[in-house]
Design a protein around this ligand. Structure first.
Ligand code: FMN
Length: 171
């Protein structure tokens, strides 16, 4: 079975979580981790996972990515496109198993989530959500990740593989 993890990441934190989720998916899947900037096609895959940084309470926009660039050194190509632009030009993904995650600042009182918005887009495209949107925390805008978040992401990936397998058997 094939899984595609599509990540958006300005400073590398969401990228790191994407790779940890890939580790968690483990042997059950042949996993490809792809930068959203390459506009990877979710064609011929059994599971798609999308992840991005929370910007201004939701998914990034060109203006928030420019803001990120003003705040630090961003990954090459990261300003050009994000999950929002990916969804805008994605074909329908009817019945595809899917899940979303984000990274966000470790401040409980700051609301909003890129993953919840991404999950809504996945549903709009016809995906079946196999696990609810998950969040991984950074200590500041540029990171680093909170201690233990990479391991938690690996566990989430493993839980995702199990949930998708249960669904697969029940249809
Ligand atoms: C312009 C901008 C807006 C942000 N807005 C939020 C926000 O609304 N809520 C939040 O929790 N974090 C916010 N953050 C922090 C990002 O979530 C954080 O930079 C991101 O998780 C780091 O991941 P990355 O290294 O993959 O880009 C914002 C960061 C930037 C640059």
């Amino acid at each position: 079975m094939k899984a595609l993890i599509i990540f958006e990441s300005m400073f590398g934190n969401t990228q790191s979580i994407a790779h940890a989720v890939a580790e968690g998916l483990g042997d059950a899947y042949d996993v490809r981790v792809a930068d959203v900037a390459t506009m990877p096609r979710a064609y011929g895959v059994d599971l798609v996972v999308v992840g991005g940084p929370t910007h201004a309470f939701g998914m990034s926009r060109p203006s928030t990515r420019e803001d990120a660039r003003r705040q630090g050194t961003v990954r090459e190509g990261a300003v050009a496109a994000g999950l929002r632009e990916y969804f805008d030009c994605s074909p329908v993904l009817h019945g595809l198993a899917a899940a979303a995650f984000d990274t966000k600042i470790n401040k409980p009182l700051v609301p909003g989530s890129a993953a919840r918005k991404a999950q809504k887009e996945l549903r709009r495209l016809g995906c079946r959500i196999v696990l609810p949107a998950e969040h991984f925390l950074v200590t500041g805008t540029g990171g680093p990740l909170l201690e233990g978040e990479r391991e938690r992401a690996r566990q989430w990936g493993a839980a995702l593989a199990q949930a998708a397998a249960r669904e697969h058997h029940s249809v």
